[in-house]
Design a protein around this ligand. Structure first.
Ligand code: CP
Ligand code: NVA
Length: 309
């Protein structure tokens, strides 16, 4: 029996697999814009397991399944209480008997790994404390759409070295982009992340680690930010609000990048904190095409993992 394929981290994909997903996302998006998609997932079902709130991830996966002729079942944080009421391993075993795939958003990345280890259907990571690979796939798809290329572009992540930043780092390394990150001291990614990223970097990829966002954004093609306090870190909010203000993505910072620099944010945004309204709603912003592309990129993941071979 073939091993079950999952989508757990961009680090697991070869550059070819990543580019194939981008190609598939583009063809599915064009097909959708021209009318509707082929029912490639007719009769297939996907469980959506959430331990945290969501707008984009929930709706884009659910609508993606609808577009492809499949069915998605939303299971809210209060419903199955994975890891509390029932072990992750047992949830994986039980769901595997009912559905063709599991998308999960969890606190502890071990829960994603546990679902994949103990279930017998594909698992898709819809965000953990470690990473957010479905977001990063959509992000890079959005950059490709806007810039018509990826290799050689400089993405600068400004803010907290979190799950989103980690997946972006891995993605940039796989597609030959320059990844720069500017965070307060003690909030950068782990040294292990930089080592892992460098290990699988493709030609032309590079990493710069900064504390000064003004220096980091020089020659940026893309400035990316995310909230300063992620879900699950709420008790750190006050402490974080003291150190992060110099990392706000405002017009002054954007003016230091290339004039056609794209501004990205995975959303939800805390407007007035990590990003100003002026920038979020300004001419460099691609926040909302980026959000829409979650659906198109994830449809590629779904077809790849659940579709007929
Ligand atoms: N960007 C993102 O994952 O959004 P949600 O938390 O709304 O799903
Ligand atoms: N870093 C954020 C991303 C939300 C989509 C969080 O984990 O809450």
């Amino acid at each position: 029996m073939n091993a079950v394929k999952h989508f757990l981290s961009i680090a697991d994909l070869t550059p070819d697999e990543l580019h194939n997903l981008l190609d598939l996302a583009l063809s599915l998006k064009q097909e959708w814009q021209n009318g509707c998609n082929q029912p490639l997932l007719q009769g297939k079902s996907l469980a959506l397991v959430f331990q945290k709130p969501s707008l984009r991830t929930r709706v884009s996966f659910e609508m993606g399944m609808v577009h492809l002729g499949g069915y998605a079942l939303y299971l809210s944080p209060n419903e199955i209480k994975m890891g509390g009421r029932e072990s992750v391993a047992d949830v994986a075993r039980v769901l595997s008997g009912y559905v063709d795939g599991i998308m999960a958003r969890v606190f502890d990345h071990e829960h994603i790994l546990g679902l994949a280890a103990h279930g017998s259907v594909p698992v898709i990571n819809g965000l953990s404390d470690y990473n957010h690979p479905a977001q990063a796939l959509a992000d890079i798809f959005t950059v490709l759409e806007a810039k018509k290329k990826l290799e050689g572009l400089k993405m600068v992540y400004v803010g907290d070295g979190n799950n989103v930043a980690r997946s972006l780092l891995f993605t940039c390394m796989k597609v030959g982009m320059h990844f720069a990150i500017a965070t307060p001291p003690n909030y950068t990614l782990n040294e292990d992340d930089y080592v892992l990223g460098r290990n699988f970097s493709t030609a032309g990829a590079s990493i710069e680690v900064h504390e000064d966002p003004n220096k980091a954004v020089a020659d940026a093609d893309i400035i990316y930010t995310d909230v300063w306090t992620s879900m699950g870190q709420e008790e750190e909010t006050a402490a974080r609000l003291k150190v992060f203000p110099p990392y706000q993505v405002n017009q002054q910072l954007v003016n230091l990048a290339k004039p056609d620099c794209l501004v990205m944010h995975c959303l939800p945004a805390h407007r007035g904190e990590e990003i100003t309204d002026e920038v979020a709603d300004g001419p460099n912003s691609i926040l909302f095409p980026q959000a829409e592309n979650r659906m198109h990129a994830q449809k590629a993941i779904l077809v790849e993992l659940l579709g007929k071979k």
